[in-house]
Write a protein that binds this ligand. Structure first.
Ligand code: IMP
Length: 427
């Protein structure tokens, strides 16, 4: 298990930050492959709580190389503030490498993100309004600006000039004020100076690390159900958070990915709009939300809460190559009298064990559940599977049975110590 991908197997917020932090202690390199500051990874390190948005979670270990790969979109101001915050809180010895091919987020992306959402009468996505979608759209439209261009003053001057003509036209068409070229150039040229020391061809770096047999951890952001291709489109993010996308997003061969660990909560949450077949009644959702602190790290929005959905998990497994599961926040379910796991959907009289492609169908899908009795015992101090109450063990076994995946790690609290590894990962 030399190169392990960590993938969110639901709608994001599964606890990837905690697992990454836990495994990062063993990793020589930690890589963020996609997304940007729409992600929020909460990490507890030496009793302090850190909320990382774009910097990889291996940053707390001075020996770990942290890579922001080419599939990312980077908001320079936010990223520099995050670096500053780390410095001020004592994280001074860091190794950070930023891909010269990652794309740059500009303020017009953020404005357009909000504007497109406001224009939609129905079907608002509920984005994080960080400009992620518009930035990836510019990348696909071939008018984006890469980090490698940003740090070359003459190249950046020209690139910004030609892009801004188009972006300002778009803004005017939407009745919004255009951006001033000179002030944007000045602001971003200042960021460029501060970012330049970290920039390199990270694909070269990663391939060299592979040659050396370094242990590499690929830290996913968001979750498979938010994948642009395989998620609940259009209620998705604008990149692919799957295991399959990693090789493209970081510039290595697919055969170098050895394992994919799907992170999943013991229940399900979703922020933002879109179908959510196993969403539960508000009374129970409220109880779980409070116990699990289910509020968005980035936007602070209350998360929607649902039962575990094995149909969605199996979809994530298929499209993402997941071969191990990590079950997070198991302690939050203590005292829930009856636990349900969705094993199929009923749609228009048919039983489905796969996820339909349209949100219209998914909205109509009725979840079919297996029900299991809950447990009342405090599990926050257990250190092995065998110490879990029998009903809790049965819950884990049922998940393994419905997904045909081993639960190789489970978590019973926020601390690193409350992580129980049943099979050695990244060892
Ligand atoms: P965007 O990524 O800001 O465009 O938002 C698109 C959808 O993805 C919205 O429903 C967001 O709430 C969701 N989303 C984006 N990033 C995350 C994340 O890190 N965790 C959970 N949901 C996310």
């Amino acid at each position: 298990m030399e190169r392990l991908v960590i993938v969110g197997s639901q709608w994001g917020d599964e606890g990837k930050g905690k697992v990454t932090d836990y495994l990062a202690q063993r990793a020589d390199v930690v890589v963020r492959s996609q997304g940007g500051n729409n992600a929020g990874h909460t990490i507890v390190f030496q009793g302090q709580k850190f909320a990382l948005r774009s910097i990889p979670s291996g940053i707390f270990n001075p020996k770990t190389k942290n890579v922001m790969a080419s599939g990312m979109v980077i908001h320079p101001k936010q990223m520099l503030e995050e670096l500053q915050m780390l410095k001020e809180r004592g994280i001074t010895e860091i190794q950070l490498y930023i891909s010269d091919r990652a794309h740059v987020v500009f303020p017009y992306h953020e404005v357009l993100d909000g504007a497109y959402e406001a224009l939609k009468e129905n079907g608002k996505i509920g984005t994080t309004k960080r400009g992620i979608g518009p930035c990836y759209a510019d990348k696909a439209n071939r008018i984006g600006i890469r980090i490698g261009q940003l740090i070359q003053p003459n190249v950046f001057k020209e690139a910004l000039k030609s892009t801004l003509v188009i972006k300002n036209m778009e803004l005017r068409m939407l009745g919004l004020p255009p951006f001033d070229y000179d002030s944007l150039l000045k602001e971003y040229s200042e960021y460029a100076e501060r970012i330049r020391p970290y920039v390199c061809d990270t694909s070269v770096l990663l391939n060299e690390e592979i040659e050396k047999h370094s242990k590499i951890l690929f830290e996913g952001a968001q979750g498979v159900m938010l994948c642009l291709d395989h998620g609940t489109y259009p209620y998705v993010t604008s990149s692919s958070p799957t295991g399959s996308s990693v090789s493209l997003n970081v510039g290595i061969a697919p055969r170098y990915i050895t394992d994919v660990l799907g992170i999943c909560k013991a229940y399900t949450t979703r922020v933002g709009e879109g179908p959510f077949p196993t969403e539960m009644c508000e009374d129970l959702a409220e109880q779980i939300r409070e116990r699990g602190h289910e509020y968005g790290t980035v936007t602070k929005r209350p998360r929607r809460v649902g039962y575990l959905d094995a149909v969605a998990l199996n979809h994530a497994k298929r499209v993402s190559g997941i071969n191990h599961l990590a079950l997070m926040l198991l302690d939050v379910l203590t005292e829930v009298p009856v636990l349900k796991i969705c094993y199929a959907y009923r749609l228009d009289g048919k039983i489905l064990t796969t996820v339909p492609s349209t949100v219209e169908e998914l909205m109509r899908a009725e979840p079919l559940y297996v029900e299991l009795p809950g447990w009342k015992e405090d599990i926050s101090r257990v250190s092995s599977f065998e110490e879990l109450p029998k009903n809790c063990q049965a819950y884990l076994k049922k998940i393994e049975e419905l997904t045909s995946l081993p639960i190789s790690l489970f978590s019973v609290g926020p601390d690193r110590m409350q992580t129980i590894e049943r099979e050695p990962l990244l060892k």
